[in-house]
Design a binder for this molecule. Structure first.
Ligand SMILES: [Zn+2]
Length: 317
């Protein structure tokens, strides 16, 4: 790796899932059925958009075919996630209105927020749970047809919801909302911002959703100008991250600013501040400024800016 492409091997949290999604086999009901019934199949439970983790919090609770037997018929959906050459993996999306679910599965683990638990998980576990959570959210939001209002039902692979009206029958597919997240640079300084609702001291990259009819590159320019009043004169794609909280795809960019003046344009930001590496390190060490959480691509973008020319980031939470 040379210093101009510091992130060519980057793997953000929730990305890089090694599972073969086997999309070509999803629509083969016989194959799916046999995969689902196989003793070595593994099930990833999701309830109220929470994932089941082992009681010690140090791992995903993946249930066997035998363990989920009582749940398969009543599940809101069962989604084929893929296979790893040995086992088939399925998301078991449990009825969110059933208050008894956590207690009934208490012997296997505890339902937790993935964002909080991700740091303690392995790379593949994070990716698998994020995938299952994203599918659970979509199923929960697509119970009715957006065209005619009739109830929908899940296809056998769980990747389509089909309108139950014989007049309509429209198929609905999972959606992902694209968002840009941008570290803006000028000379050796980096622009970080703070929103009033964030935890104390947190400064992060600028971010916002890509709007309808807009390119990602245009969204980078617009977001930075709208939020901070800073003109972007160049940009470089960094990496992306699935962010199923609830349904985003984060597209990370490094952008170059025309000048260092800031002019926050709306009430969204409490502060927009340029940091040199020395200023940033001092603010981290004193505790005045906090980094974004480890799972976020924002932290990766900021760390990559800081360390690009060999600087060593202070050890912080
Ligand atoms: Zn319909």
């Amino acid at each position: 790796m040379n210093k101009h492409s510091p992130h060519c091997n980057i793997r953000n949290y929730f990305a890089g899932l090694a599972l073969d999604r086997a999309a070509g086999l999803r629509r083969d009901p016989e194959w799916l059925q046999s995969r689902m019934q196989a003793a070595d199949s593994r099930f990833v439970p999701v309830w109220r958009e929470r994932n089941l983790l082992l009681a010690d919090g140090q791992g995903a609770a993946l249930l066997s075919r035998g363990a989920v037997d009582p749940w398969l018929a009543s599940a809101e959906a069962v989604v084929f996630l893929g296979e790893d050459g040995q086992s088939g993996y399925f998301a078991l999306i449990l009825d969110g209105s059933d208050e008894a679910v956590p207690e009934q599965l208490a012997g296997f683990g505890e339902f937790c927020q993935l964002k909080d638990a991700a740091v303690g998980l392995g790379e593949d576990e994070r990716g698998l749970l994020a995938y299952a959570r994203a599918m659970a959210h979509w199923h929960g939001r697509q119970r009715f047809c957006a065209d005619c209002g009739a109830p929908t039902h899940s296809s056998s692979d769980g990747h389509v919801r089909i309108c139950s009206s014989s007049d309509c029958g429209r198929e609905h597919f999972p959606r992902t909302d694209a968002a840009v997240i941008v570290v803006v640079e000028h000379g050796s300084s980096c622009l970080l911002v703070r929103q009033p609702r964030w935890r104390e001291g947190l400064y992060s990259a600028l971010a916002g959703f890509v709007e309808a009819g807009e390119s990602v590159e245009d969204a980078v320019v617009r977001e930075v100008y709208e939020e901070a009043g800073v003109r972007v004169i160049g940009q470089r794609y960094h990496s992306s991250q699935p962010w199923p909280f609830p349904s985003s795809l984060m597209l990370g960019f490094e952008a170059m600013a025309a000048a260092q003046e800031v002019n926050p344009g709306d009430d969204e930001l409490e502060d927009a501040r340029w940091f040199t590496r020395e200023e940033y390190a001092a603010a981290l060490v004193s505790g005045e400024v906090k980094m974004p959480s480890r799972p976020s691509i924002a932290r990766r973008l900021i760390a990559d800016w800081y360390t690009r020319d060999g600087a060593v980031l202070p050890e912080v939470d």
